[in-house]
Design a protein around this ligand. Sequence first.
Ligand SMILES: [Zn+2]
Length: 191
Amino acid sequence: MNRDEVLDILGKTGAILNGHFILSSGLHSDKYIQCALTLQYPKYSAWLARAIADKFRTEMITVVLSPAVGAIVLGQEVAKAVGARAIFTEREEGKMTLRRGFSLTKNDRVLIVEDVLTTGSTVNELINLVRENEGRLIGVAAIVDRATEKLEFKDRFEYLVKIPIKNYSEDKCPLCKEGVPAVKLGSRGLK
Ligand SMILES: [Zn+2]
């Protein structure tokens, strides 16, 4: 699956929103990527997951780890495609944790899967969690990298499409200056 095919799927499922958004961080932007709108179609989530899985085909992944809630569906599909288990992290008192009896062992080869990467801060929390649990991190994968700068992790990082979206502080936002009404996104950006 190439970049244009991924963009086509995101576009036709309405996942690339244009407008004036206030992100959970308080920053403003003129675009927002809502992958849930794509992942609501099992056909597309399976296609995108297979494209991610293909990049890690030879890595003998045993666990796909995703942050709740947005990336759970994708993580499940990637795990299915590589023949691994799928587990997810949840925020407990602000900290990403494994709940529900989920665990990692030192024999686990872990792939972290996220739908959209903005700053990589959530992924970094997951990387730390893998380390704390002695799992072996093989890589990080996402459908969309929406950072304007290059995101780097110590481990391998793969994304299907890069859609750089500029963020503005309120006083510098060109849309605010034009008086365009802003849509405030929910906690953690509608996730
Ligand atoms: Zn604005």
